[in-house]
Design a protein around this ligand. Structure first.
Ligand code: NAD
Ligand code: UGA
Length: 486
């Protein structure tokens, strides 16, 4: 940056996309920078209404600590609306924080990211922006997406230059590294903030915002392409650790080793580190799978099939792990679950979130329903409507007090229903599966639970949350991830 040049001052921010990233990220920016007006805009009116709801329990996403941040900033300098045009017109800086899911059809289907929402945003910015606007990619994007955004903005400048006041754009990449369930802490105390770009003045303007609460040495500056690729690579590395430890877990189960002991022994090597070595039912969430598949697509596109295969195996192992758990439940219940009652405890993809995107519980429940099981699902934060969407099957009425099977069950069809507590889920069940590590599952009183079940009764603990001694002494059979206990 030219040392004579005063830094660009950002007074007004517009964030397009009020989702899991846009909402919490802008809330923290507004909280930490009271002098900046932050407008979060979204096409989805019901989401916006939920962000504006007086009752903070009705916010569209559940995230510990979010309600407090919203309480401090909303209405002061944090605003949620569907006024996209106005938001962009008034902004010095626009974050693009929209969804980038895997393409479902056409070229690159099943691997490439669907960029239609990012393109739509770029066109909206191209149409409505005034003066100089810094456009920031907050969404996770394939490497070189900034070039496409640049082309759209440039083209609009050429066509609109006549008769309009001068407009100009700088493009930055500023990927988000927050994890759901810990988003507020991750945003308030990030390991790093990554800013990629070519325009050093724009980079410094964005860095100044983060410097209100992030130590300067944690703000990394790179070129655009390194920043875009770092985000995909970080997720691929994290997911690769989970597939690695899940692969080891399956080997532990057949050899008498215990994955928790192996994980500790591996992780204490400071070169490896202890985090992200918990084996489980496979990784879920909206990003790991989509980002790795995107990387796979890019590798093929750039003529690197061996590299593509390497990353794809991380996803393949994850899918295998989920089917494996459903299969071993069936195997242990005498080879059939038709007409049997199974309780699924936890449907979110991890604890402390209501998000179910790519949750391992979806594939495992579907496999068991396919086998004819009667599944009762309990999750402290996930709503029945969401489970219906995820399973693609409407909920059935729960069995009556006598435990009579529904007609569908008598016909051998799998069904499911939701319960509002653990006891109701377990009542009359042949087995329970723990699929999310919610805190309350660590404190289950196994003596009280065991008497509610039909024996021989099983506990399948895919998150290693139970105390094996307490489960067994309550007369229950136990399978626990990574040690094959029975
Ligand atoms: P999300 O689906 O929760 O939210 C995206 C929002 O964008 C939706 O509410 C949608 O209505 C809105 N939207 C789409 N197109 C729009 C348009 N043209 N104008 C206005 N609004 C529009 O998605 P998310 O989980 O917040 O993820 C957003 C991006 O951040 C993705 O690229 C994702 O990979 C990345 N990311 C997500 C996480 C996470 O934990 N969820 C973490 C880091 C990065
Ligand atoms: C992940 C990354 O951790 C974030 O840094 C990133 O910003 C985000 O993806 C994204 O780009 O969306 P998130 O998916 O919210 O965050 O949650 P994680 O804590 O990473 O968990 C992902 C999945 O892996 C969960 O299903 C979790 O249960 C599983 N997991 C995690 C394990 O099975 N074992 C572990 O040791 C850790």
């Amino acid at each position: 940056m030219d040392s004579q040049q005063p830094p660009i001052k950002i007074n007004t921010i517009c964030c397009i996309g009020a989702g899991y990233v846009g909402g919490p990220t802008m809330a923290v920016i507004a909280d930490r920078c009271p002098s900046i007006q932050v407008h979060v805009v979204d096409l989805n009116q019901s989401r916006i209404n939920a962000w504006n709801s007086k009752d903070l329990n009705q916010l569209p996403i559940y995230e510990p600590g979010l309600d407090e941040v919203i309480k401090r900033a909303r209405g002061r300098n944090l605003h949620f609306s569907n006024e996209i045009k106005k938001g962009i017109q008034n902004a010095d800086l626009v974050f693009i924080s929209v969804n980038t899911p895997t393409k479902k059809k056409g070229l690159g289907s099943g691997q490439a990211s669907d960029l239609r929402w990012v393109e739509a945003c770029s066109r909206q910015v191209a149409e409505f922006a005034q003066g100089h606007t810094i456009v920031v990619e907050k969404s996770t994007l394939p490497v070189r997406t900034a070039a496409a955004i640049q082309t759209i903005l440039k083209a609009s400048n050429q066509t609109q230059s006549k008769g309009k006041s001068a407009r100009s754009f700088s493009i930055l990449s500023n990927p988000e590294f927050l994890a759901e369930g810990t988003a507020i802490n991750d945003l308030e105390n990030p390991d790093r903030v990554l800013i990629g770009g070519e325009d050093s003045e724009a980079i410094e303007a964005l860095a100044l915002i983060y410097m209100k609460w992030v130590a300067p040495e944690k703000i990394l500056r790179t070129n655009l392409w390194s920043s875009e690729l770092s985000k995909l690579s970080a997720n691929a590395f994290l997911a690769q650790r989970i597939s690695s430890i899940n692969a080891v877990a399956s080997l532990c189960e057949v050899t008498g080793a215990d994955v928790r002991e192996v994980s500790k022994a591996i992780g204490t090597d400071s070169r490896i580190g202890t985090r992200f070595l918990n084996s489980g039912p496979g990784f879920g969430g909206s990003c790991f799978q989509k980002d790795i598949l995107n990387l796979v697509y890019l590798c093929h596109h750039f003529g690197l099939p061996e590299v593509a295969d390497y990353w794809e195996s991380v996803v393949n192992l994850n899918t295998w792990q989920q089917h494996r758990i459903a299969k071993l439940v069936v195997k242990n219940l005498f080879g059939t679950v038709t007409g049997k009652r199974l309780a699924v405890l936890g449907f979110a993809f991890k604890a402390d979130t209501n998000d179910t995107r790519e949750s391992p519980a979806i594939r495992i429940s579907k496999d068991l329903i396919e086998e004819g099981a009667q599944i009762s699902i309990f999750d402290p934060k996930v709503k029945q409507k969401q489970i219906e969407i995820d399973l693609g099957i409407a909920a059935s009425p729960p069995p009556n007090k006598k435990g009579d099977l529904s007609q569908a069950a008598l016909n051998g069809e799998g069904t499911w229903w939701q319960t509002s507590n653990i006891r109701d889920a377990i009542d009359g069940a042949d087995a329970l599966l723990i699929l999310t590590e919610w805190d309350e599952f660590f404190h289950i009183q196994w003596d009280e639970i065991a008497v509610l079940m039909r024996h021989p009764a099983w506990v399948f603990d895919a998150r290693a949350v139970v105390d094996p001694v307490a489960v067994r002494s309550a007369g229950l059979k136990l399978w626990r991830i990574g040690d094959g206990s029975e």
